[in-house]
Write a protein that binds this ligand. Structure first.
Ligand code: SF4
Ligand code: SF4
Length: 314
């Protein structure tokens, strides 16, 4: 089971797969005599504690598999060689349990994007240098295509809206969306929450590359709600949808803010920035806006949410 455990964040922050969902699925699998392996790529065991996954492991007496400890296999897709998790590549049945959230770089994150965590951390940093949205969407689709999940169970009970994927606002949807086609599950979830497919490069590329069993938008729409319930719509920054990444960068990087009252001086932001746009001076991180390309890695991985765009939240 590949979870989404982005970092040491609490279940109520809605950034990670909820432990109640994990527990429910583990319970069903064990009752079916399956050998269950829970996995994710993590920097520290603290993530398991904060996200509430540790008690689930203890309850069922299960180990946890940190992907980086089990090595990587070189796999080439569309001209790029990926350092892909050997553990995921060899498992019999892959069940993916992503969290449904808005994402400041890719608009949303779900089944396709969650598999990005299967490549080596250093390569994830490098691939964030792809500034063109379509290029980055293609990287996500290539990684997803290496080992398509057999079952996807999207945790959309409490989703995230606004400035996701780490420190957006929790939004109750009350839905677990299950399917054997991750592309369709993503399509369904984005459709039910008011996204327009024309603004979703990842889904567009996945459909173009035939990563789903369905072929045409008409076939996809047959499985989706005809009318979106306005209560289910996820708030997104209007500029996400502009479709013009250059404008997005030039406008929004001026709003890049580090809250020094919140910052714990861990230096992680400088470590993860693929463009060298953060320097640590006297233990304080400083952002060089001219170098920043708003890949949002630092916002995603800052453990305390000290980096954000100073845009009024809904
Ligand atoms: S400063 Fe942050 S948002 Fe800007 S390029 Fe570096 S990691 Fe990405
Ligand atoms: S990652 Fe966050 S807490 Fe750590 S130094 Fe950067 S801004 Fe501060």
């Amino acid at each position: 089971m590949k979870l989404n455990l982005l970092g040491p964040l609490k279940p109520e922050q809605a950034a990670t797969t909820h432990p109640a969902v994990v527990s429910l699925i583990v319970d069903i699998l064990i009752s079916l005599d399956c050998e269950v392996m829970l996995c994710e790529d993590m920097d520290s065991i603290n993530t398991l504690k904060e996200t509430g996954i540790l008690p689930v492991l203890e309850q069922y007496n299960l180990p946890f598999y940190n992907l980086r400890e089990y090595g990587y296999t070189d796999i080439e897709v569309a001209g790029i060689t990926y350092k892909y998790s050997s553990l995921i590549a060899m498992c019999d049945v892959l069940i993916e349990i992503p969290k449904f959230k808005t994402h400041m770089l890719t608009n949303y994150t779900g089944a396709i994007k969650n598999m990005f965590g299967c490549i080596k951390k250093e390569q994830r940093k490098e691939t964030h240098k792809f500034l063109d949205e379509t290029d980055f969407a293609n990287v996500l689709c290539s990684i997803y295509s290496i080992k398509k999940p057999d079952i996807v169970i999207m945790d959309a009970i409490v989703a995230m809206e606004g400035m996701g994927p780490s420190f957006g606002n929790p939004k109750y949807l009350g839905k677990l969306v299950l399917g054997t086609d991750g592309v369709l599950v993503d399509y369904y979830c984005t459709n039910m929450t008011g996204f327009d497919i024309r603004q979703l490069k990842t889904l567009q590329q996945a459909m173009k590359r035939e990563l789903s069993i369905l072929k045409t938008p008409q076939e996809f729409s047959l499985y989706c709600p005809k009318e979106v319930d306005r209560n289910d719509e996820l708030y997104r920054l209007p500029i996400y949808e502009s479709g013009d990444r250059k404008t997005y960068i030039s406008v929004l990087r001026r709003l890049f803010t580090i809250d020094y009252d919140v910052c714990i001086r861990c230096g992680k932001c400088a470590e993860v920035c693929p463009f060298g746009a953060i320097e640590i001076i006297d233990k304080k991180p400083k952002n060089n806006r001219n170098k920043c390309n708003l890949c949002i890695c630092c916002m995603e991985l800052c453990p305390v949410g000290a980096i954000r765009l100073s845009i009024k939240k809904k």
